[in-house]
Design a protein around this ligand. Structure first.
Ligand code: DGL
Length: 273
C-alpha cells in the first residue's frame, strides 16, 4: 500500500506575475483542485540572468512549494525557468530528494499543441535566454522532423508589461514581429508567461494571419490530460477548490495586478524561504 496520503496541492511557479494568467486558466478548467501560486517577484525578470542563477532560484521555489505547501505536483509556468532548470530538477533534484513528486514544464506541451494543430512554420517570441537556449528547436525535432522554429528574442516586452508601457507596445511589437512574419509563419508561440497579457494585440498586429499560441490556452487541457493519464497522482490531490497566491515580494504593483486578474478581494501573501 502506498504511504502517500490524499492531501496534496498543485503548485504553479513563475518568475513573477505572468504565470498567474496560466494559473487562472488552469483553475477555470479544473476548479476542484487546491492550488498554490508562487511568483518570485523579488527576482523577476529571470530572462537576463545566468543559467546558474535561474537554476538556483527555481530549485529554491520548488522546494518551498514542496516543503511548506505540500504540493506534490508543480507546474513551472515560466518558460525561462523551464528551459534552464526543468531537466536537472527532474533528473537530479526530484530523483534524489522527492521521488514521489512531479514537476512539469510548459515547453513540450506547447509544442505538442502546436503540432496537433498542424503547425509547421512556427514563430517563437520569448526572452533572450529562452531563444538562445534553442530548446524549442531541440524539442520540436523530437516530436516531428517537419516543423521549423523561427525564434525572435523580445527583451523589451517584459519591462514594458511590468511598467505599464502599453502606449509603446504596438511600435515595439510591430518591429519585433515584422521580420518573423516575413518568414511565412503559420503559427506564433508566445513563449513567455508575460506575453499572455498582450495576446490580443499580437493577434491584431499579425492581422489574424497566423495562429497565436498562448500558454494560458494550452496548459489547462494539457494538465487535464496529464491527470487522466496519471491516476496515481490525481488520486493524491486534495479537492477543496482553494487558490492561494504567494510572492517573494508582495509589492503594490503585484498586488494591483493580482486584484485586476483575480478580483478585488484576492490576496497575496509573503513567501519566505
Ligand atoms: N516568466 C518568464 C518566462 O515565461 C519571463 C519573465 C522573466 O524574464 O522573468 O519566460
Amino acid at each position: 500500500m502506498s504511504a502517500v496520503t490524499r492531501s496534496k496541492k498543485i503548485g504553479i511557479f513563475d518568475s513573477g506575475l505572468g504565470g498567474l494568467y496560466v494559473a487562472r486558466a488552469v483553475r477555470q478548467m479544473l476548479p476542484e483542485y487546491d492550488y498554490v501560486y508562487l511568483g518570485d517577484t523579488l527576482n523577476v525578470p529571470y530572462g537576463g540572468r545566468s543559467m546558474n542563477a535561474i537554476y538556483k532560484l527555481s530549485e529554491a521555489a520548488i522546494k518551498y512549494l514542496f516543503d511548506v505547501h505540500d504540493c506534490d505536483l508543480v507546474i513551472i509556468a515560466c518558460n525561462t525557468a523551464s528551459v534552464t532548470a526543468l531537466n536537472k530538477l527532474q533528473r537530479e533534484f526530484l530523483t534524489q530528494n522527492y521521488p514521489d513528486r512531479r514537476i512539469l514544464g510548459v515547453i513540450v506541451p506547447t509544442l505538442e499543441s502546436a503540432t496537433e494543430l498542424g503547425a509547421t512554420q512556427i514563430g517563437l517570441i520569448a526572452t533572450e535566454y529562452t531563444i538562445r537556449s534553442k530548446i524549442y528547436e531541440e524539442e520540436i525535432a523530437k516530436i516531428t522532423p517537419k516543423a521549423q522554429i523561427f525564434g525572435q528574442p523580445t527583451p523589451l516586452l517584459v519591462p514594458l508589461i511590468e511598467n505599464q508601457g502599453a502606449k509603446y507596445m504596438d511600435m515595439v511589437l510591430g518591429d519585433y514581429l515584422e521580420p518573423l512574419i516575413e518568414q511565412g509563419l503559420d503559427s506564433l508561440i508566445l513563449g513567455c508567461t508575460h506575453y499572455i497579457e498582450i495576446k490580443d494585440i499580437v493577434r491584431e498586429l499579425t492581422r489574424h494571419r497566423v495562429r497565436v499560441l498562448s500558454q494560458d490556452e494550452i496548459t489547462p487541457p494539457k494538465l487535464k490530460d496529464y491527470l487522466q493519464r496519471h491516476p496515481e497522482m490525481e488520486e493524491r490531490l486534495i479537492k477543496n477548490g482553494t487558490f492561494e497566491i504567494f510572492a517573494t515580494d508582495v509589492n503594490q504593483s503585484f498586488l494591483k495586478n493580482v486584484q485586476k486578474l483575480m478580483g478585488d478581494n484576492a490576496k497575496a501573501e509573503q513567501a519566505s524561504y
